[in-house]
Design a protein around this ligand. Structure first.
Ligand SMILES: NC(=O)c1ccc[n+]([C@@H]2O[C@H](COP(=O)([O-])OP(=O)(O)OC[C@H]3O[C@@H](n4cnc5c(N)ncnc54)[C@H](OP(=O)(O)O)[C@@H]3O)[C@@H](O)[C@H]2O)c1
Length: 232
């Protein structure tokens, strides 16, 4: 029985590399994409290389879209084993906290925080029922309080909140083999990271793949970069 995996924002960037890396391990990957046509194109390219990847419409800012995806996955697969909360936006790189428009903060929180919150609430009950699950929250060094400055305040705060959500959901799991962790992919060459970034999308996705396949005695409620714990 193949592991059923959902990656949000899977149609490009680190999410796409995560879909490929996880499918290469034999998982059945559901490539979440807010624009289904983009997802179909990206998924079909991976299928042509022999990987089991199918596109599914998920806009992480839309509760109805998440509920629709939950029902589709329940009906077609009966379960979800791995959830990668990867989709995010960075729209305030040139801003600073003194003049951050509130609507930018709200829009960022919708995608980067409320999205993962709703997805965890939708899929963790399924994981609890089967007493198995792996959730990977794709966070960022920008969200680390220990090194935080004044860079991209909405984005950074949304990732700090995502880290808190990771700790809370991990603490809410009692019994079963369910692990919920956050990770930082490093600075990655994607539309978000830009072409001068130091890492390839595959390198950025490595810790996602590792956390998605943790053994039963692996960590939960932690924050990782390069497969190692980092400070919050
Ligand atoms: N790149 C870096 O250097 C870096 C560093 C630290 C952390 N990260 C984190 O790594 C993750 C992936 O980043 P990336 O560099 O691959 O970003 P990216 O190239 O900008 O790709 C973002 C992905 O998220 C999707 N997305 C955005 N809003 C969405 C929504 N409302 N619903 C569903 N999907 C949505 C996009 O879909 P569309 O194609 O439809 O726009 C796209 O697939 C993010 O969580 C990011 O914060 C990246």
């Amino acid at each position: 029985m193949a592991t059923i995996t959902l990656v949000t924002g899977g149609n490009r960037g680190i999410g796409l590399a995560a879909c490929e890396g996880l499918a290469k391990l034999g998982m059945h990957v559901l490539m979440g994409s807010r624009d289904l046509a983009k997802g179909e194109t990206a998924a079909s390219a991976l299928r042509q290389r022999g990987l089991e990847v199918e596109a599914i419409q998920v806009d992480v800012t839309d509760a109805e879209s998440i509920e629709q995806a939950r029902q589709t996955i329940q009906n077609q697969h009966g379960r979800l084993d791995v959830l990668v909360n990867n989709a995010a936006i960075l729209i305030d790189e040139t801003s600073n906290i003194m003049r951050l428009p509130i609507e930018i903060m709200r829009e960022t929180m919708e995608a980067n925080f409320y999205g993962p919150l709703m997805l965890c609430q939708a899929f963790l009950p399924m994981m609890q029922q089967q007493r198995y699950g792996r959730v990977v929250n794709v966070s960022s060094q920008a969200g680390q309080l220990s090194t935080m400055g004044n860079y991209a305040p909405a984005y950074s705060i949304s990732k700090t909140a995502l880290n808190a959500l990771t700790v809370m959901f991990a603490a809410a799991m009692h019994g079963g083999d369910i692990k919920i962790n956050a990770m930082c992919p490093g600075w990655v060459r994607t539309d978000m990271g830009g072409r001068n970034a130091s890492r390839s999308p595959e390198e950025g996705a490595d810790t996602i793949v590792w956390l998605a396949t943790l053994p039963k005695d692996g960590p939960t409620g932690g924050f990782f970069r390069d497969r190692k714990p980092v400070a919050w």
